[in-house]
Write a new protein. Structure first.
Lengths: 114, 119
């Protein structure tokens, strides 16, 4: 079975500072990995995805994530956060063998200080 | 990509009643999913609703409580039956579509969600 752990429930970061959100997954085969963002009262927006190939993936809004198979991790980073990045971030793992179902981590809420 | 709409966007219901949530997609898709997001929680998959077959429910979810219809490739409904306050959640539908020209890889696009409050 798939599982995803986001160790940090809340992160507070100053505007302009860098941000890193951790994600660890468990899956027996090569996973598909995703990061979604959910702003207050909004649906989920896909930030980036990893299917195969280059382990450093670029996404929208200046985000990037690196897949590290040896660590079963897919951490999300942004060099300089903006106040509009305050939101809830979800890491998810999926697999074609699992019927494309997604398993989500518990989420990390990001607060941005002025 | 896919553009997904849900109706209603929110509702307040009395316990013991039922609510049907509609999900409309702007293109034909085979795979559709329904998720629940309880207050302050992450998303949990309720069921997979593929056109042409019965919905497949995840552990902890049953058809009598969450009946699903999938009459065609662009539409689905989820009914929350005999509601209780514990059913207060955001319900989201999503669709899986192949991207990058590689049919083996699918990404999911989510609707805006239906915020349900049960009194």
């Amino acid at each position: 079975a798939q599982s995803v752990t986001q160790p940090d429930i809340h992160i507070t970061v100053s505007e302009g500072a860098s941000l890193e959100l951790r994600c660890n997954y468990s899956y027996g085969a090569t996973p598909y990995l995703f990061w979604y963002v959910q702003s207050p009262g909004q649906g989920l927006q896909l930030l980036l995805k990893y299917f195969s190939g280059d382990t450093l993936v670029q996404g929208i809004k200046g985000f990037e994530a690196e897949f590290k198979r040896s660590q079963s991790s897919f951490n999300l980073r942004k060099p300089s956060v903006h106040w509009s990045d305050a939101a809830e971030y979800f890491c998810a793992v999926g697999a074609r063998a699992a019927g494309n179902k997604l398993t989500f981590g518990g989420g990390t809420r990001v607060l941005v200080k002025p | 990509s896919a553009v997904i709409s849900q109706k209603p966007s929110r509702d307040i219901c009395q316990r013991g009643t039922s609510l049907t949530i509609q999900c409309q997609v702007d293109s034909q898709v085979t795979m559709m999913f329904w998720y629940r997001q309880q207050p302050g929680q992450s998303l949990t998959l309720i069921a997979t609703a593929n056109q042409g077959s019965e919905a497949t429910y995840e552990s902890g979810f049953v058809i009598d409580k969450f009946p699903i219809s999938r009459p065609n490739l662009t539409f689905s409904t989820l009914t929350v039956s005999n509601m209780s306050p514990e059913d207060s959640s955001i319900y989201l539908c999503s669709v899986a579509k192949a991207t990058s020209g590689r049919a083996a890889y699918n990404e999911q696009f989510f609707g805006p969600g239906t915020r349900l409050t049960v009194l």
